[in-house]
Design a protein around this ligand. Structure first.
Ligand code: FMN
Length: 381
């Protein structure tokens, strides 16, 4: 299958499955434990039916909006993805370019392969930076300073990963960075030459933001082991205050799923929250993001910008989330699969697919602008 015949995100997923080594493909696709929350994210979105409206003049449709006060061509942001650069060499740079070409923000993960400086230098336009708070607060301060020096236009503080949910496949696949050399891995990589070449040509093979900065990283051999040793279970609202005090730019709190937490987040001086369960990768058994969204939007939507992620695979899903109170959406796997399938072009394709689907869904629900989407487009009963 070539990009020309790709019709939907599922097609990109299928190409990525064939091109990306199994350990990295599984790492991206999986959820934690029994994957109930991962499945619920999709099932609950699909359950929401849309009102088919007719004989409304929808010849002029507008998908543009503002996100954190800045103009965006679509109500969409590329979510932070750890190890993005292992789906395709220089993956973060390619995804950032595709996002900016489409007029939407890109978020670089703390756990990226290309560093903040790599992306800033290669792309030249401001991107968002996602922060995980680790035990070493001096290192966190320096990361925030590096993001400011690179002119990152927002800091996304992820608050739902104080401890790491287990993905069984990562344990089975011996998920390490750089990849562990086992016979199975060697055979797998040998059958994925295009991927191997892109990684060889990429600027880095390990965590670009951390390598050479974090003490002890050299001595652990599994990602989960290292993450567990570095991520801070003591993280609290006090740390949000501290981050707020050392970052003067726009702040987004990502990983809010509960109304009480959303209310507290709205008091922190952050500009936005992301209603998210980390793509079903953390608390297995947590509700789907879409089921949590309406109550949170109702409680704090007037006080803070509400973003949404979890399970978006179609433009119709974006429409559903906006109708239920989200101001914009983040996508994770939908663009990761585009990246694995065809690098920058694949990410551009993923964004284009979602935009076209959203556009048609707007027309067929009688909606002229993404800014006027509300509950009226959801079919009752
Ligand atoms: C492979 C992968 C890596 C991720 N890494 C991070 C990360 O480094 N930081 C973060 O805040 N969220 C991370 N997430 C969560 C995403 O930012 C986002 O919340 C999630 O992917 C949304 O669900 P979706 O993939 O169904 O769109 C990751 C998700 C995936 C699939």
């Amino acid at each position: 299958m070539s990009l020309a015949t790709v019709t939907c995100i599922e097609d990109l997923r299928e190409i990525a499955r064939r091109r990306v080594p199994r350990a990295f493909f599984d790492y991206a696709a999986a959820g934690s434990y029994s994957q109930q929350t991962l499945r619920a994210n999709r099932e609950d979105l699909e359950r929401i039916k849309l009102r088919q409206r007719v004989l409304i003049d929808v010849s002029q449709r507008d998908l543009a909006t503002r996100i954190l006060g800045e103009p965006a061509q679509l109500p969409l942001v590329l979510a932070p993805i750890g190890l993005c650069g292992m789906q395709h060499g220089d993956g973060e740079i390619l995804a950032c370019r595709a996002a900016h070409a489409a007029g939407i923000p890109f978020t670089l993960s703390t756990m990226s392969i290309c560093s903040i400086e790599d992306v800033a230098q290669a792309v030249g336009t401001p991107f968002w930076f996602q922060l995980y708070v680790m035990r070493d607060r001096g290192f966190i301060r320096s990361l925030v300073e590096r993001a400011a020096a690179a002119k990152c236009s927002a800091l996304v503080l992820t608050v739902d990963l104080q401890v790491l949910g287990q993905r069984h496949c990562d344990v089975r696949n011996g998920m390490t960075v750089p990849p562990r050399i086992t016979l199975a891995n060697v055979i797998d990589v040998a059958s994925k030459p295009a991927w191997a070449l892109s990684i060889l040509r990429g600027r880095r093979k390990t965590f670009g933001n951390l390598a050479g900065h974090v003490h002890g990283m050299e001595n652990v051999n599994s990602l989960a082991q290292w993450t567990n040793s570095q991520f801070d279970p003591a993280l609290s609202w006090k740390d949000v205050e501290w981050i707020r005090s050392i970052w003067s730019g726009k702040l987004v709190l990502k990983g809010i799923l509960d109304v009480e937490d959303a209310k507290a987040a709205a008091q922190t001086g952050a500009q936005a929250i992301v209603v998210s369960n980390h793509g079903g990768r953390q608390l297995d058994g947590a509700p789907s993001s879409i089921s949590a969204l309406p109550r949170i939007a109702e409680a704090v939507g007037g006080d803070i910008e509400v973003m949404f992620d979890g399970g978006i695979r179609t433009g119709q899903d974006i429409l559903r989330a906006l109708a239920l109170g989200a101001h914009s959406c983040m996508i994770g796997r939908s663009y990761v699969w585009g990246l694995g399938a065809a690098g920058e072009e694949g990410v551009a394709k993923a964004i284009d697919i979602l935009a076209k689907e959203l556009d048609v869904a707007m027309a067929l629900t009688g909606t002229r602008s993404v800014r006027e989407l509300e509950r009226g487009v959801i079919a009752q009963g």
